[in-house]
Design a protein around this ligand. Structure first.
Ligand code: GLN
Length: 232
């Protein structure tokens, strides 16, 4: 008989870090956001139940590689390094790294950050880029303070513990909207692709998820979920 990892399994366990609005956040007792709704649509399409497992961002890839979770939607950027540990689905959204500073800051762009202290969310691409050496376009680890989540990095910025926060554009907008005295700089950072992480040995699920995603893109479901949370 054919053995399959998903045989007889009726629940799709999705790992995320629900501190990343509008992709995933907690509203009262409920998980909400683009990634939650796309996950639900995929689970529905596969005839499975969805279980959301909320964890620190840097615990997500280990949860996938050890099989604690089946897939992750966490505004997670596809990177070559992560591809060594997990497979990624086709991309379903894009993000851009931006810089948040106090309204009265003298920082006007990435070049002004080299002698500053930068707050980031632990393990994110913002952390990875900023912590890299100056030769590689970063500022060096001494210039970076990593927080468990973006909201804590933004609180550190408000209280002057760091001079700037580097984070994805959509959560940046949400954090600036709910915190007075902050602004987002126009920057030249590259656009990143968000995709679904799945264990390397679970190509069966990868194929199913990609097929679902293709269907949900073609029938407009993915775009309508994104449009519900991100106003153009
Ligand atoms: N896109 C960023 C990354 O993948 C941040 C994701 C997040 O904080 N949830 O590293």
């Amino acid at each position: 008989a054919e053995e399959s990892q998903n045989a007889g399994k009726d629940t799709l366990v999705m790992a995320t870090n629900a501190t990343f609005p509008p992709y995933e956040y907690v509203d009262g007792e409920e998980y909400k956001g683009i990634d939650i709704e796309i996950s639900q649509a995929i689970a529905d399409d596969l005839g499975m139940k969805l279980q959301v497992d909320d964890m620190d961002f840097d615990s997500i890839i280990p949860a996938i590689t050890t099989g604690k979770a089946d897939m992750s939607l966490a505004g997670m950027t596809v990177t070559e390094d992560r591809k060594k540990n997990v497979n990624f689905s086709d991309s379903y959204a894009t993000g851009v790294q931006v810089i948040i500073v106090p309204e009265d800051s003298d920082i006007t762009g990435p070049d002004d950050l080299s002698d500053k202290l930068i707050g980031v969310q632990q393990g994110t691409t913002g952390d990875i880029y900023c912590s890299d050496t100056p030769e590689n376009g970063g500022y060096g680890e001494d210039h970076v303070v990593a927080y468990q989540n973006g909201a804590s990095a933004v609180q550190a910025l408000k209280t002057g513990k760091v001079d700037a926060v580097v984070i994805d554009n959509e959560p940046a907008k949400a954090f600036v909207a709910e915190n007075e005295g902050l602004k987002i700089l126009d920057t030249e950072y590259i656009t990143e692709d968000y995709a679904i992480a799945i264990a390397k040995d679970n190509t069966e699920l990868l194929d199913k998820v990609n097929a679902s995603l293709a269907k949900l893109k073609a029938d407009g479901t993915v775009q309508s979920i994104i449009d519900k949370y991100i106003k153009a």
